[in-house]
Design a protein around this ligand. Structure first.
Ligand code: ATP
Ligand code: ZN
Ligand code: MG
Length: 302
């Protein structure tokens, strides 16, 4: 019998991830967080001189913006909404009775104005649109958020609540595609500097249903999405630790993002999967950070 202990179990045993009883929902130890903080400082050093405007949104977003984004058309299977009890005292009594006898007590919950953020950049577009036209030099933004995706898994690299650090660029086609290429080069350099084994490949999102197949083909044919892959749970199937997305003028049109000359802005975003990068480091260099190669420790902690 195969008695191999999974990477997830080893992370639990080492205390780096903390079990909650739900697949993909984990606590993180101080050590795990320290690795993420160190990697984020590396991101700051690499991207800092670009002068991006930093914004931090909470992990929930305005439901109206979520609806406008079209997320439910493409990824209904991944979305998470926030529902609350909004009933009377009588409703409360029947809710408690339901809980007592182990029946479904969530049926009467009502949708709130908040939806869990599916990607760090989602709250940004309506925020920038509200400001009016973008300056000639375009826009560059630095974001970080916990994101929710309903994709429970035993793979520690596929979590339901995880953090995404993103840079988002708005401007002309040339401007934003240059931005994306610059971060693809930087991403490879950064990962190599911390001893990680990287490849870059064209990618696609898991658009839902039969209609989604067309979107998948379009995304791949037009090279709209690239991923930087690093082995975590499998060497044969390495994990996407960064994504590089070119949206053409789709978000510009959807949200009304205009450049000074009145043309519709093109947009691109690059995302770092912070938990995945930490996991790639632990997988590659071992669970004991003190035993990591000196060169790697020097890049992360100086
Ligand atoms: P995958 O193909 O593995 O599902 P994705 O294409 O859905 O990844 P994006 O939507 O591009 O990923 O999200 C940006 C980054 O967030 C990814 O490059 C990855 O590093 C990270 N990420 C995505 N989904 C998860 C998840 N479930 N758990 C942890 N990190 C994730
Ligand atoms: Zn994005
Ligand atoms: Mg995915």
């Amino acid at each position: 019998m195969d008695m191999q202990v999974s990477f997830l179990d080893r992370l639990f045993d080492a205390g780096l991830l903390i079990e909650t009883g739900v697949d993909g929902l984990y606590g993180r130890s101080g050590q795990f967080e320290d690795v993420i903080a160190a990697f984020e400082r590396l991101i700051d050093r690499v991207g800092g001189a670009d002068g991006a405007e930093a914004m931090r949104f909470p992990p929930g977003m305005n439901r109206e913006f979520f609806e406008t984004s079209g997320y439910m058309k493409s990824f209904p299977q991944l979305a998470g909404t926030v529902h609350s009890f909004c009933g009377s005292e009588l409703d409360h009594m029947s809710l408690l009775k339901c809980m007592e006898v182990g029946e479904d007590w969530t049926k009467g919950q009502e949708a709130t104005d908040i939806v869990l953020t599916p990607a760090a950049c989602y709250p940004l577009y309506p925020t920038v649109a509200r400001r009016g036209k973008l300056p000639k030099s375009g826009g560059l933004y630095d974001l970080q958020s916990y994101c929710f995706r309903h994709e429970p898994s035993k793979d520690p690299a596929r979590q339901q609540l995880f953090r995404m650090r993103e840079y988002v660029c708005m401007g002309t086609e040339q401007h934003v595609t240059d931005f994306r290429q610059r971060w693809m080069d930087r991403g490879v350099e950064m990962m190599t500097s911390v001893g990680l084994d990287v490849t870059i490949d064209v990618a696609n999102d898991p658009f839902f249903g039969r209609a989604g197949k067309m979107l998948v083909n379009n995304q791949r044919d037009q090279n709209l999405k690239f991923e930087l892959l690093i082995p975590i749970t499998s060497t044969a199937k390495p994990t996407a630790c960064m994504s590089f997305n070119y949206h053409q003028d789709a978000f510009g049109t959807k949200w009304g993002l205009y450049l000074e000359d009145g043309s519709t802005a093109h947009t691109a975003c690059v995302g770092f999967g912070l938990e995945r990068i930490a996991l790639a480091l632990f997988h590659t260099h071992g669970l004991d950070v003190k035993a990591w190669p000196e060169s790697v420790r020097a890049v992360l902690w100086g």
